[in-house]
Design a protein around this ligand. Sequence first.
Ligand code: BG6
Length: 520
Amino acid sequence: MQIGDAVAGAAAAGNPLRDPRDKRLPRIAGPASLVIFGVTGDLARKKLLPALYDLAAAGLLPPNFGLVGFARRDWSDEDFRGFALENIRGRTRHRFSEAVWDRLAEGLRFIRGTFDDADAYTRLRAALEELDSQRGTCGNHAFYLAIPPSAFRTVTSHLAAQGLAGDSDGTGERWRRVVIEKPFGHDEATARALNRTVAEVFPESAVFRIDHYLGKETVQNILAMRFANQLFEPVWSAHYVDHVQITMAEDIGLGGRAGYYDGIGAARDVIQNHLMQLLALTAMEEPVGFDPAEIRAEKIKVLSATRATGPLAETTARGQYTAGWQGSNRVCGLGEEEGFVAGSITETFAAITLEVDTRRWAGVPFYLRTGKRLGRRVTEIAVVFRRAPHLPFDATMTEELGHNAIVLRIQPDEGITMRFGSKVPGSGMQVRDVNMDFSYGQSFTVSSPEAYERLILDVLLGEPSLFPTDREVELSWRILDPVLAAWEADGTPEPYPAGSWGPAGAEAMMARTGREWRRP
Ligand code: BG6
């Protein structure tokens, strides 16, 4: 039996062992169906279908859950079941169980259609009504748009024409929700236009925008760490903090995604969403409570106060990877990737400097960087402290003392590191940096749910805290837009070898203020 299975089994069976008022356990979704548009795509195959199985295995989906796939393939329900099973096996956290799969498979339906095929939406409505009457999904439907934003309007207007949009069916008892994947716009103007498109048929309260970083346990822990403890908050300000570095590095290259990625680039793909959200959680003030509206209000405040520091030619850097070594493997450069668009100036590495103009953070630079084919896969937030104002030692004694730091290790090797100076045993008073570690793996025996499990469950529960609002998305673009415009107007990305930590310009942007990037 795997971790969580006992609780899960009890929950699934409606076992009285599980008290629904117990807030320590995740809540179980009520009757509902989820419709996935773009169900044959990468996201659905690799993330959504396995996450749904894991939710079912954990007993967090109702036994009568309905799952409808919508795509172009000429498939029957049975074909769709085969496809789902193929993609679930080997990708889940829970061990595969025929019983869990059989229960989930009973609620699977497939609708064949293109996004602009009105008949397909008539069939979709009929399928949902059938699920309501046969399985008791009670008219509660979530529509997951795992599709290009250019198709949003077509899909949402067809849903509206079938009476499937809005936030309920008019009775107020049944709910409708729409789930939107990124990229959410290309800049502030297009993000606003997309928000308006969706708002024409779904009120903001029914819109769930996915930023899968918010579904990660370690990201949610930022608020626990900051606001459940007395230890960190007093030093969490410009009085003590020198600067903050937020890094999301990947060792993988673009592979077959080079064509899709062209024109998007690292800043739009990762900084605008994941890294801005990490900044907001790191820099925001304490919310009045953990009500979703209170947390969002604080994130909006901090994003409103954030802007790019100039001169942008010196405070930002961008690059494209060239061939190099990833460990002992020789890997190709961007130009050799399948689908690469000749002459593309889309960056695979981006680094920017931001400032948060509030009393707490005035003068503290926030450095954000992300890239493909970097030294290793790591996401972390490093809060780097000022030096002690006075060191009562000979200079030689503190030669090996760096800056104190608190590093939130988002992934992999999830945990928190504190770095500080310590006397070298046996020395007169030689001080050297040491690390103190908290590791999730060692402190907790429960395994963390995947981000998409938590987010899909929250959609079904109507719990919006972990989904950025229209305003947050627009503000994040507003911060990034000047950088993107400057890059577009001037120059090209610098090359950097695969397996390195980015282009020379990234080092230079730190060196101009006497700082350097951490080597995570
Ligand atoms: C996605 C980006 O949002 O995040 C991808 O579009 C990136 O380019 C991915 O690879 C990384 O996610 P994670 O959870 O593996 O850090």
